[in-house]
Design a protein around this ligand. Structure first.
Ligand SMILES: [Mg+2]
Length: 206
């Protein structure tokens, strides 16, 4: 990540990705696997369903998750309802707990957030997962200065959906030429930015 002052030149709106961007998520997948050892087939099904869902988009969050849990249950002994209960009451809460316990915001992100606040820029978080507010709280990041906290599934798809990225821009009344997306994955966050003609800043471990 280059000097924040240079990157923010001419920017009015900054759209942050969450996982891997606000914090370094190294080790999270392994911790989830070790914590959820008793339900590894469900965990594997979640990861597979997530991959498959990249090809589809839906009209609403409800339609997205109906299809998602159907994918999770396909070919397995558990029902769609069990997949849903596990995801909402086991998987996501465990992820939030692990983030709070083992992960901290990236120092360069703290500096960037401070600079955005100092410059009075509009800020948003656009995640590929749910529980955005819970994760931010677990990380100790004040959600108050953010205009919008939203996930792609809430908008009916996964990143890098052009429709979802455009919906985020619309909700923020943001213009592409003055908007910067910040993320850890070029193929998701960078592609989202490019889909709406916004700028992109890649955040990495170096
Ligand atoms: Mg990410």
């Amino acid at each position: 990540m280059k000097d924040a002052k240079i990157e923010l030149n001419g920017v009015k709106t900054v759209v942050f990705d969450l996982d891997g961007t606000l914090y370094n998520k190294q080790g999270l997948a392994a911790r989830l696997t070790s914590r959820l050892w008793w339900c590894l087939p469900l965990l594997a099904a979640e990861r597979r369903a997530r991959k498959n869902m990249h090809y589809f988009r839906y009209a609403s969050q409800q339609e997205f998750f109906t299809a998602f849990f159907r994918q999770m249950a396909r070919g397995h002994w558990w029902s769609i309802g069990i997949a849903e209960k596990w995801y909402n009451h086991v998987y996501m809460p465990t992820m939030v707990r692990l983030i709070g316990r083992y992960h901290r915001p990236r120092p360069q992100i703290i500096a960037l957030l401070d600079e955005c606040k100092r410059m009075g820029l509009q800020m948003a978080v656009y995640s590929d997962y749910g529980c955005v507010e819970e994760k931010m709280e677990a990380l100790g990041i004040d959600t108050q200065p953010f205009e919008l906290l939203v996930s792609a599934p809430e908008l009916g798809a996964l990143k890098p959906s052009e429709t979802c990225a455009a919906a985020v821009m619309e909700m923020l009344h943001a213009e592409p030429e003055t908007t910067l997306f910040v993320g850890d994955r070029d193929e998701k966050d960078g592609a989202s930015a490019r889909a709406v003609g916004a700028r992109f800043m890649l955040v990495g471990n170096d």
